[in-house]
Design a protein around this ligand. Structure first.
Ligand code: SF4
Length: 212
């Protein structure tokens, strides 16, 4: 998926890619290297939710200023994207909108943490926590940006850049999570697992290497 930002000619990658990579490296590669995208009910609802949240603007309520659709960028991690909402309380407090329920993995939290890392770099401030608003049930889940979550997010960002440079789509690793993948009919996980040894080796190297 092309980086649709004003800085699209540089090597920054989209923050949203982190959630795809955390979910499944093959899903990330299909979307970001091969530009495959399959719209279904879930992705369409999510896209509409984000389109509404992405409408730029700001408002104020009591002492909280809310900025919608704020552009984010990290030179250190070479990431770029938009925050659904950043509340200034006055400390920045990013809020990401998700249509469904919270997930048993860290896809959403690394995406939110990446937004916080961008904001910290841009605004030269520390951000301790933010929130994810889930549509089911309709409530916020507050996330602490712990050292572990920060490390995990930074490692994923580095791995994403290494995968992007190698441009090899990993083999499928079929699992129960494939049932929730919008690309299952394109990926064909049972048919494509273990057929791409070079891709599998490249993937392992990307996650093992420490240097960016
Ligand atoms: S179907 Fe499974 S292996 Fe294929 S991209 Fe989706 S989650 Fe990954």
């Amino acid at each position: 998926m092309a980086v649709s930002t004003p800085e699209a000619d540089d090597d920054a990658l989209p923050i949203s890619g982190l959630q795809h990579l955390a979910f499944c490296p093959r899903q990330w590669a299909l979307i970001h290297l091969e530009q495959v995208w399959v719209e279904n009910v879930r992705t369409a609802e999510g896209r509409l939710l984000h389109e509404r949240a992405d409408l730029s603007g700001e408002s104020r309520r009591a002492s909280v200023r809310t900025v919608r659709g704020m552009w984010l960028r990290s030179e250190r991690l070479r990431l770029t994207g938009r925050a659904d909402i950043v509340e200034f309380r006055p400390a920045p407090y990013p809020v990401e909108y998700k249509r469904g329920k919270s997930k048993p993995n860290d896809c959403d939290t690394v995406q939110l943490c990446a937004q916080a890392l961008c904001l910290e770099e841009m605004l030269e401030t520390a951000i301790e926590r933010g929130a994810i608003f889930y549509g089911s049930p309709r409530r916020r889940l507050e996330i602490d940006f712990t050292p572990e979550l920060r490390s995990r997010t930074e490692e994923l960002a580095a791995a994403m850049h290494r995968l992007y440079r190698r441009r090899v789509t990993p083999a499928a690793t079929p699992g129960p999570y494939c049932r929730n993948c919008s690309l299952v009919d394109v990926c064909l996980p049972e048919a494509t697992s273990h057929v791409d040894a070079a891709g599998w080796v490249a993937l392992q190297l990307c996650f093992l290497q420490q240097e960016v």
